[in-house]
Ligand binder design. Structure first.
Ligand code: SUG
Length: 446
């Protein structure tokens, strides 16, 4: 049998990480707008998490940050002159625009693309579609560059790269996509979770306060272009009340891994019906297991503030009994909330599910902008030949981890606030940093 396994790729936090309040509907982004950020600390927190997963025996890579600022965008919007004067003029007349063009939001690589492994697609190839991220201006600047980087990293006849879905149909990538399977290497069930519809708006209950970012039409297009068979795809609506409580992506309230779906009671619209449709569609070699946390145990509010379900759920390498148990990779905020911590301990103690350990990580710099452990990672399932075709420079060996730490310490500022974005020296600094990263990763960067 072919060896097929999962690999995780963490988004490296870029040197312009700051808090700009750009994501209405993402309560952390709004709450922390204009706080000063700590880019160096943020990047080191992310590298430490990724390195720990490697140390647990998992395949771990990184994805590079996108080059910022986007002076080309500012010029296209009418700011002209030297680089320094483009920055100066934008800072004076539309500061939020300068922030958007400086945003390091590409760190949340769960939004980079949707990935379907070769065992799910009719043509037996890996399919990738960069998310258009059209619902937020600063994020809509990502897909073109993301597409270029993904093509360079996943390069070869094994990989099919699609264009992003048309921007009218909002798509947020893997953050709204859950792949379940008996084992990673079996044909899976790809669940596309959407918030609303563009063409059949009246047919769906809508959130009242915050926007639904994912359109069902985008999800359907991706299932089609990725050549998923009809039994291998399912479309489920997000709970609009959850969106209104701050669940801007479905990965804030659910996470799946192999045959386990770990989710909050209020994740999906008409949840018991949604879970029943997954059970009916299930075709895995092992039983499908739902680990559902009731509102009475952890309220939706606590789930959102702790990011319990934005934990990564990973299958660990075989243990001495020949079993593969699972681990939760949680943010520190989960340990600090007594109800959440108790719920995690209960899940781990129960023999009815394979989740047997928890690891807590301080990724607070990212959390303050609404990005937990699962937001910071892009994952894929690969055969050994596909894995060999991945650009070698992005795997996180301990040597590359050290090289990245040295690179961050050399180039990143300790602290950044909006006023620092006006400084043309910052532009030169971050350009030099990304040029140098090309050397560390042996990869030209978009
Ligand atoms: O799109 N925050 C990101 C967080 C993305 C989290 N990803 C997942 N859940 N998968 C967003 O809202 C905030 C930027 C700012 O305000 O500075 C931001 O873009």
């Amino acid at each position: 049998m072919l060896k097929i396994s999962e690999a995780n790729f963490d988004g490296l936090v870029g040197p312009t990480h700051h808090y700009a309040g750009l994501s209405f509907g993402n309560v952390a982004s709004t709450r922390n707008a204009k706080l000063h950020s700590q880019p160096k600390k943020a990047a080191l927190q992310g590298i430490a998490k990724a390195a720990k997963l490697r140390d647990l025996g998992l395949d771990q890579g990184i994805l590079p940050p996108l080059r910022r600022p986007r002076l080309d965008t500012l010029r296209s919007l009418g700011f002209s002159g030297s680089d320094a004067s483009v920055i100066e003029r934008a800072a004076k007349s539309v500061p939020q625009l300068l922030s958007a063009c400086y945003s390091a939001s590409s760190m949340w690589v769960a939004n980079a693309a949707t990935f379907s492994p070769s065992c799910d697609s009719a043509d037996g190839r890996v399919h990738l579609t960069p998310a258009n991220l059209s619902s937020k201006f600063h994020r809509s600047l990502e897909p073109k560059q993301t597409g270029v980087n993904l093509r360079r990293i996943f390069n070869g006849p094994e990989f099919v790269h699609h264009e992003p879905v048309v921007p009218q149909f909002g798509d947020e990538g893997a953050a709204n996509h859950i792949r379940l399977a008996g084992r990673h290497g079996e044909a899976g069930l790809e669940i596309f979770v959407f918030g609303g519809s563009i063409l059949q708006d009246g047919n769906f209950q809508k959130p009242k306060k915050y926007p639904a970012r994912q359109a069902v039409e985008a999800s359907e297009a991706i299932a089609n272009t990725h050549e998923l068979d009809l039994e291998g795809r399912l479309f489920i609506q997000q709970n609009p009340d959850a969106i209104d409580s701050g669940v801007f992506h479905n990965d804030v309230v659910s996470v799946g891994n192999e045959n386990v779906l770990f989710l909050h009671e209020r994740a999906f619209f008409q949840q018991s019906f949604a879970l029943e449709s997954i059970r009916r569609a299930w075709r895995g070699s092992r039983d499908f297991l739902v680990v559902e946390i009731l509102d009475s145990e952890v309220s939706l509010e606590d789930a959102i503030s702790s990011y319990l379900f934005n934990s990564q759920l990973v299958t660990l390498p075989e243990n001495s009994e020949g079993d593969h148990s699972m681990a939760l990779i949680c943010p520190e905020e989960c340990r600090e909330n007594p109800k959440v911590k108790a719920a995690i301990e209960r899940v781990i103690s129960e023999a009815s599910n394979p989740i047997q350990e928890v690891h807590y990580f301080d990724v607070r710099e990212s959390m303050r902008n609404g990005g937990g452990p699962a937001c910071l990672r892009f994952r894929g399932v690969f055969t050994s030949d596909e894995k060999k075709a991945v650009h070698p420079g992005i795997w996180l060996s301990s040597e590359r981890e050290q090289a990245l730490i040295t690179w961050v310490n050399r180039h990143y500022r300790d602290r950044l606030s909006f006023d620092d974005l006006r400084d043309p020296k910052l532009f030169l600094e971050v350009t030099a940093a990304l040029d140098d990263l090309e050397r560390v990763l042996s990869l030209p960067l978009a």
